[in-house]
Design a protein around this ligand. Structure first.
Ligand code: ZN
Length: 174
């Protein structure tokens, strides 16, 4: 009789332990879900970076200058949230210096620069082309809205002129 009671007590304790472990296990899984989902949401809202960033290394310095100059003046650049692609096109018509494929497509920044024309441009002309195409693409600015967006590219481009047009751009998108 006494043995029987002890056996019952042990069995009850064992069952209680088993249920406790199960409950702890379920709570643990639930907590993991909360943490994972919570973390995912935070990452999306505060740390969302474009899924793919692929920028040609020769064009990279111009993209960096765009980013540094504009962000330095407090401008948030709305890069494509899914794709930032800046590349050379090898088969573009010679009169086209660049194309902003991502213009008016919010989640995509996709600029293509005509390699065959690029080779013959001066540094200041290259700055102008890159700022022009990036501005089409990320801010959806149209031709002739500001001097930077005039077309075709003017003659006798100096650093002073390009700097001035960039200042005008910053005021325009601020
Ligand atoms: Zn244009």
């Amino acid at each position: 009789m006494q043995n029987n009671t002890i056996a019952n007590t042990i069995q009850m304790k064992f069952r209680a332990t088993k249920y406790s472990l199960m409950i702890i296990g379920y709570l643990g899984i639930a907590l993991m879900f909360v943490l994972l989902i919570g973390r995912g949401r935070v990452i999306y809202q505060e740390y969302k970076e474009p899924d793919v960033i692929a920028i040609n290394s020769l064009l990279g310095p111009y993209v960096l200058e765009y980013k540094v100059l504009l962000e330095g003046k407090g401008v948030d650049i709305p890069w494509g949230s899914d794709l930032v692609r800046i590349k050379f096109g090898m088969t573009m018509p010679s009169r086209v210096l660049g194309i902003a494929w991502g213009m008016n497509i919010d989640n995509v920044t996709f600029v293509e620069i005509n390699f065959n024309s690029w080779r013959f441009l001066t540094h200041q002309q290259k700055r102008l082309v890159m700022f022009h195409e990036l501005t089409h693409d990320v801010f959806n600015v149209k031709h002739f809205d500001i001097v930077l967006m005039n077309t075709p590219m003017p003659e006798n481009i100096t650093k002073q002129k390009v700097d001035l047009w960039i200042e005008e751009l910053i005021e325009y998108v601020k």
